[in-house]
Ligand binder design. Structure first.
Ligand code: ATR
Length: 262
């Protein structure tokens, strides 16, 4: 039986096995998809197991999306532009890194019907997924992208990759239309983001990359204040959809059953 995995640390929250195994079954593909809690020191062995086809393909999640690049033979153009990889595939003996987060984010925003044109976007965090979010936003006609991260140097590194973004110190006040939580704050249900949203105005769009738990405090508080909110569920489904298509050359269905599964 062919084997696929998602690697990360932590990994408990990942619903990738649930979704991929559902699609595998629906499409009569004899394979299984597992999650694997790994350390950085395991990365090289994982690449070896993909090379020798013990593992057919893998998804990569926090905190290895950029670290993994050091072990790969080639990158897709999207992975190279963002220096971020979330999908691995053995192509003719070479391990190739793909990025399906960009399309995942793009399609998820389209799904919300939110018009990004001329909007000011504030991104919280500068971790593994943020370059993909910026890359997707750069394709739509947003007015401005600001990145705010607790560790400023990581925002500076992003600025080297995307000169058009503005970077600011954690806790600074900046006007925005849409705010994206791309930090890991919220993965634990009790997490709070220590920022003051009192004077931000009305009708903002609060988007959380986190999809499990479904409603972080970031979204709960925004909802209380009548802002538009959305979690990362559709982004998760769309990035998985792209990964599935890369591996199996079949486009699985995204329907109500799939959406309700997550
Ligand atoms: P990595 O940074 O290793 O790529 P990640 O999970 O993709 O891992 O990113 C975690 C993000 O959440 C980072 O932007 C991190 O900020 P730092 O760069 O300062 O670490 C952010 N984050 C995590 N805990 C945080 C906290 N308590 N307050 C603010 N930001 C936090």
């Amino acid at each position: 039986m062919k084997k696929y995995i998602v690697i990360g640390n932590p990994i408990d929250h990942s619903l990738s096995p649930k979704l991929h195994n559902y699609w595998l079954k629906k499409n009569n593909i004899y394979a299984e998809y597992d999650k694997s809690l790994i350390q950085k020191s395991d990365l090289s062995n994982i690449i070896k197991s993909i090379k020798n086809k013990d593992v057919e393909g893998a998804n990569v999640t926090v905190p290895f999306k950029s670290e993994i690049i050091n072990y790969l033979d080639e990158l897709s153009p999207e992975a190279n532009n963002t220096k971020s990889v979330n999908t691995l595939l053995n192509e003719n003996g070479k391990v190739i890194g793909h990025n399906t987060d960009i399309a995942g984010f793009e399609l998820a925003i389209r799904h919300t019907k939110y018009d990004l044109s001329n909007k000011k976007i504030l991104i919280l965090g500068a971790g593994g997924v943020v370059s993909s979010v910026i890359c997707a936003l750069n394709k739509s006609r947003v007015k401005k992208i600001t990145v705010m991260n607790r560790t400023f140097s990581k925002a500076e590194t992003l600025k080297e990759l995307f000169q058009n973004i503005e970077i600011i110190k954690w806790g600074s006040a900046v006007p925005f239309d849409m705010i994206i939580n791309a930090t890991s704050l919220g993965l634990n249900e009790k997490d709070q983001i220590n920022l003051n949203f009192e004077n931000i105005g009305e009708n903002k769009f609060f988007y959380d990359i986190i999809y499990n738990p479904r409603q972080t405090n970031f979204l709960k508080n925004a909802k209380k204040n009548f802002h538009k909110t959305e979690n990362g569920k559709m982004m998760f489904i769309y990035q998985a959809h792209q990964a599935f298509t890369i591996w199996h050359k079949i486009m699985p269905k995204i329907n109500k059953e799939v959406i309700d599964l997550i």
